[in-house]
Ligand binder design. Structure first.
Ligand SMILES: [Zn+2]
Length: 148
């Protein structure tokens, strides 16, 4: 998506987990622990991918997009389909997206990436001094304070 910013990629962490698993330092029960909520989100809001599950290799991974941010109010923490994100990005100034991959076959799940979306990204630099609050946007707030 064009307005994606402050993207954090978790593929290195994922590879580390898979290495630990291969080495037997963690068990599949440790990493294949998708909650019923996450699996429901994957079924109803998930984005199918062409990527095979790295654990069971029998199902393709599904990406679930969770949204966080003050402007979302009661919707914060909910899953959204990929198609809904551009619409939200046009109406909200800023919100955080967490992408989680899930396998419905063996319950493997892992954070894929996180990024910010919203209108603020379209007018870069025009929003200095705006308070961004919320657990996940602490780094954003710190960065803006540092610029002052
Ligand atoms: Zn699997």
């Amino acid at each position: 998506m064009r307005t994606q910013r402050q993207v954090v990629d978790y593929s290195l962490r994922k590879r580390a987990v898979l290495r630990e698993l291969l080495a037997g330092r963690v068990g599949t029960y440790d990493v294949c622990d998708a909650s019923p909520y996450l699996k429901n989100a994957a079924r109803f809001h998930g984005e199918p991918t062409d990527e095979r599950c790295p654990i069971c290799r029998s199902e393709n991974l599904i990406h679930v997009h969770y949204i966080y941010g003050d402007e979302l109010k009661q919707s914060a923490g909910q899953a959204r389909t990929l198609a809904e994100l551009p619409v939200l990005a046009m109406t909200l100034r800023e919100f955080q997206v967490f992408v989680v991959e899930v396998c419905l076959g063996c319950d493997w799940n892992h954070l894929v990436e996180q990024y910010l979306l919203g209108r603020d990204g379209l007018a870069e630099g025009g929003s200095e001094g705006d308070a961004v609050v919320g657990d996940v946007s602490g780094t954003v707030r710190r960065r803006r304070e540092a610029q002052r």
